[in-house]
Every structure is written in structure tokens, then in C-alpha cells.
Design a protein around this ligand. Structure first.
Ligand SMILES: Nc1ncnc2c1ncn2[C@@H]1O[C@H](COP(=O)(O)OP(=O)(O)O)[C@@H](O)[C@H]1O
Ligand SMILES: O=C(CO)[C@@H](O)[C@H](O)COP(=O)(O)O
Length: 499
């Protein structure tokens, strides 16, 4: 039997999958690391933690592996997108990574629009200037930490840094580069125009590579430390959402993914890059050669739930907490929640908005709040589904993955709110599975990623919308949508009081 390893460098943890030739997950290991939040709106991580935890994870993954280590033929990566990792001339880390959910860069987004122009930026990158993207972070360091900027020889994204530490080779793949706002997504090359306009040296941009392409072999030292064979081939990998799409079989037009990790994403396959969503959703290169995808992003999806659990039920398991919600009807007995605890991206690109519970009543219990949190997250994702439907896309089936797909009640809620059939695959680890599939394809196990998906991916369960609940949620969604407009001004006024 042959094997590959998929490494998903998430925001909450690195998840490693050992997958055999049949697509079976033989072993799964997860190692978590903290977020560093020095101020409201700031979100950083120490890149060394990613490496330490990945190495510990690989060691654990291989600890009781009985087969021939050389049979583990390939490894690839999926990574949280947009995070800025700055490296000096000696490839040393200059400062902590500034992550995708860090929203300190509103001024830099304005600067990009003033200098490049909104229309030109959309033409080149297909995306608007959003706080979470990498280019505004680079400009923030340039303006606020000139000493660090001067030292910067290269910038990379999180999983590129991890791959570098495992192989000694530095690259960035197209799907992740698409989330930097520096890639000309039609030409598949760094935009010298944007670099020149913003006075950024193109030498800071790393070499580009395809997601399924080989970057070489694992370092001998890393192999010895973890128990891997030094013959293990390493493939570039991709952005977590691109890999999540591959790992969920989103490989042709008409397929839609809902992923609930720390962030939440509704993603749709695009065979071309010529559609115009006016920047309402992100438009990126897929990790599949010559393909694209569009997506709407809820900044704090799973994060809203993990935050709520941390505040009110720290010692409880997710299973216990979510068990309570089946006793609560849709609408959580008159309680609504907006998941804007870190600001929002789709459909409101707004770094200052914050979350609300609306309708709190003395009769409400913890379970009402839990249900309201899940409904609020799902309503937010439904805003992205609505944008896609408005553009003419037919969405009757959605593949659901990520931590949020672990709970059946939540999957049924997705069916009722999206008014679509929800498919749960046998592994909810879409991005890690996608990374494993890129390695399997790179190792020539299959002629195409689709052939790999046909072998690797199995439907475990389907959830169908309940027509009565669909109607209730349609009414509640109208109320939910209104909360943003009713709370926007209040939140602007509260900015000065935040940490
Ligand atoms: N048993 C569970 N049921 C429902 N949601 C869960 C469960 N376990 C974790 N989650 C949610 O999944 C999120 C983590 O998802 P994951 O895909 O691992 O995230 P990431 O890739 O960002 O690290 C948590 O923030 C939590 O909200
Ligand atoms: O910023 C985005 C997409 O634009 C996020 O989706 C990140 O890619 C992080 O993903 P998770 O850690 O939630 O999987």
C-alpha cells in the first residue's frame, strides 16, 4: 500500500492526515497553537509555533506506522490564506505573522485605492482592497515598522514558510498568491504595475509555482527527526479554501462548498476568470491548473462559536454545548446574533462592525444563545449564497466541511437556511484531504484530480431542507440582515472604547 500526507495549517491548529491509496484516512493528528491578540483588530501568530507543532504532529502520525516508511511517497500543504510572513536575507523571521483576520490596515486599503484605483485593482487582481489581504499588511509594516520593512528580503504566506522549513525551498503557489492582491490573476505573474505604483520592490515576491508541482524532497534532518523517509516528495499545495474545494470535489462548474473553520466560506467553482461580481465576492486562482473559484467569507464563523464557548462554557465539549440546541426552535425564542466579532468581509467589508445579540429576554437560557450563535453564523454564510444566486448561479446542493460539519444539527440548520441539500463527506477535513490529493496527483497515482476525487471522496450523509423551517428562516433572515444597518453607527461610535 502507498500513502501520502496532507498537512492543513489552519488558524486554530495544524491538522495532519495520513491517507492511503484508496483515500482512507489511516491516521489523523491535530496540534493547536494560540492566536496573539495584542489589541482589538490585531491577530498574529508565531511562525515557529507552526513548525514546532507540525514536526510534533508528523512524529505522532508516524509513531505506530507499521509499513515501509518509503511507501509514504508524497506530502503537500493547505494553509490559512493571506497571512504576512516576512523573512530577512538569511531567511530568518523578522516579526510575528500578521494573519488574515487582522483588520488594522484600513488606512492602507484606502492608500491602495487612492494610488492604484479601485477599478484597476479589480482588473488586475479581481479582488477589492480588504484589510485581511496581504498587500495592505505589507504597506502597514512599511509605514509603521520601517526598520522591519528594510530588513525584509522576501514575503511568504503561512504554509510557504512551513514548506520552506521542511525542504529549504522557498515558493508560493498561484492559489495562495491570488490572496495577496499582488498577483495578476489573468497573467499568472506578480503585478509589476502594482509593485511600482506602491513602491514595493518585486524582489520581495517569492518564485511562483503550481500547487501540484514538486519542490523537492523533505530535508534529511527533518526526516530523521520525524521518522519520515528522506525520499518523501514534497508538492507545493495551496490556499486552504482552494485545497478545501479539491478535498470536497469542487472540480467543475455548478459545485458549491460551505466550509466552517475559524472563518466561514461559501465557494463556487469557476472554469473561467471573466465573470464580474464587482468585487462582492473574492475571485481567486484554484489549486487546479487553469481553473478559478469565487467565494464569500464570514470572518468569524467557527471563531464566533469558539469565542462563545470560551466565555460561557470553557470546560464543556462542543458536543455537550451543541446537544442542547435541538430543544430550541428556529429563531432561538426571539434571539438573533450577528457574528461580526472580528469585523466582517462578505457582504459588508467593514473592519469596525462588531457582533450583537438582539432580543435578549429574561427567559432565555444558555441553549437559546448557543442556537442563536449557530443561526447567526449560518445566516452570514447565507448572505454569500444569496449573492451567488442573484448572479444566476443555481445552488441546490452544498458540500459542507470544516469543524462546523461535525455536528448533524448544524448541518440540518444549513439545509433549512440555505434551502439546499447538504452533503457531508466521510472526512470533514476538506483542506487536509485536498492537500493529500495534490500529493497523490503529484506522485502520478491518478491522471487528474477528478479521478483522484472519484476514488478518495465518499458521501457519508445528506440533509434535506424542511419546508416549514425554510419558511421560518426566510422571515428571520430579513430581520438578521437589518441588524448590520441598525448597529453600524453604534459600532463606529464604540471604536474609541475598544482595547
Ligand atoms: N464538535 C463540533 N461541532 C461543531 N463545531 C465544532 C466542533 N468542533 C469544532 N467546531 C468548530 O470548528 C471550528 C474549527 O474548525 P477547523 O476546520 O478545525 O478550523 P481551522 O481550519 O480554522 O483551524 C471551531 O472554531 C469550532 O467553532
Ligand atoms: O481569509 C480567509 C479566506 O479569504 C480564511 O478562510 C483563511 O484562509 C483562514 O481559514 P480557516 O483557518 O478558517 O480555515
Amino acid at each position: 500500500m502507498k500513502y501520502v500526507i496532507g498537512v492543513d495549517l489552519g488558524t486554530s491548529a495544524v491538522k495532519l492526515l495520513l491517507v492511503n491509496q484508496l483515500g482512507e484516512v489511516v491516521k489523523e493528528v491535530s496540534k493547536s497553537y494560540p492566536l496573539i491578540q495584542k489589541k482589538a483588530g490585531y491577530s498574529e501568530q508565531d511562525p515557529n509555533e507552526w513548525v514546532t507543532q507540525t514536526l510534533a504532529g508528523l512524529t505522532e502520525l508516524l509513531q505506530h506506522f507499521q509499513g515501509d516508511k518509503a511507501a509514504i511517497q508524497g506530502m503537500s500543504f493547505s494553509g490559512q490564506m493571506h497571512g504576512l510572513v516576512l523573512m530577512d536575507n538569511n531567511n530568518q523571521i523578522i516579526r510575528p505573522a500578521i494573519l488574515w483576520n487582522d483588520t488594522r490596515t484600513t488606512d492602507q486599503c484606502k492608500q491602495i485605492y487612492n494610488i492604484v484605483g479601485e477599478k484597476r485593482l479589480l482588473e488586475i487582481t479581481k479582488n477589492p482592497a480588504l484589510e485581511g489581504f496581504t498587500l495592505p499588511k505589507l504597506l502597514w509594516v512599511k509605514a509603521n515598522e520601517p526598520g522591519n520593512y528594510q530588513k525584509a528580503a522576501k514575503f511568504v504566506l503561512p504554509k510557504d514558510y512551513l514548506r520552506y522549513r521542511l525542504t529549504g525551498q522557498l515558493h508560493m503557489d498561484y492559489s495562495d498568491a491570488a490572496g495577496t492582491l499582488l498577483l495578476d490573476i489573468n497573467k499568472h505573474q506578480w503585478s509589476t504595475e502594482i509593485c511600482e505604483l506602491l513602491d514595493i520592490s518585486t524582489s520581495i515576491c517569492p518564485p511562483l509555482i503550481g500547487s501540484h508541482e514538486s519542490v523537492g524532497k523533505i530535508n534529511a534532518e527533518i526526516a530523521a527527526d520525524t521518522g519520515l523517509s528522506p525520499a518523501t516528495r514534497v508538492f507545493a499545495g495551496g490556499a486552504d479554501n482552494a485545497c478545501g474545494a479539491i478535498g470536497s470535489g469542487i472540480l467543475e462548474d455548478g459545485k458549491t462548498l460551505c466550509s466552517i473553520g475559524t472563518s466561514g466560506v461559501v465557494l463556487s467553482y469557476e472554469s473561467t476568470n471573466d465573470k464580474d461580481f464587482h468585487g462582492e465576492v473574492h475571485y481567486c486562482n484554484h489549486a487546479v491548473p487553469d481553473a478559478y473559484y469565487t467565494m464569500g467569507v464570514t470572518l468569524a464563523a467557527g471563531h464566533s462559536l469558539s469565542w462563545f464557548k470560551e466565555v460561557v462554557a470553557k470546560e464543556d465539549s462542543y458536543e455537550n454545548l451543541l446537544n442542547e440546541i435541538s430543544a430550541v426552535p428556529p429563531g432561538s425564542n426571539g434571539l438573533l446574533f450577528t457574528p461580526y466579532i472580528s469585523g466582517e468581509r462578505t457582504p459588508h467589508a467593514d473592519a469596525n462592525i462588531r457582533g450583537s445579540f438582539i432580543g435578549m429576554d429574561s427567559s432565555h437560557e444558555r441553549r437559546d444563545f448557543v442556537r442563536a450563535v449557530l443561526e447567526g453564523i449560518t445566516f452570514s454564510l447565507h448572505e454569500s449564497i444569496s449573492i451567488f444566486r442573484k448572479s444566476g448561479k443555481q445552488i441546490d446542493t452544498v458540500i459542507s466541511t470544516g469543524g462546523g460539519a461535525k455536528n448533524s444539527e448544524w448541518l440540518q440548520m444549513q439545509a433549512d437556511i440555505f434551502n439546499a441539500r447538504i452533503i457531508k463527506l466521510s472526512s470533514e477535513q476538506g483542506p487536509g484531504m485536498g492537500a493529500a490529493m495534490l500529493a497523490a496527483f503529484g506522485c502520478d497515482w491518478f491522471d487528474s484530480l477528478q479521478a483522484c476525487a472519484d476514488t478518495f471522496l465518499q458521501v457519508e450523509h445528506e440533509f434535506y431542507p424542511d419546508s416549514d423551517k425554510v419558511k421560518m428562516y426566510q422571515q428571520l433572515f430579513l430581520l438578521y440582515k437589518n441588524i448590520y444597518y441598525q448597529t453600524k453607527e453604534l459600532n463606529e461610535a464604540l471604536v474609541d472604547y475598544r482595547k
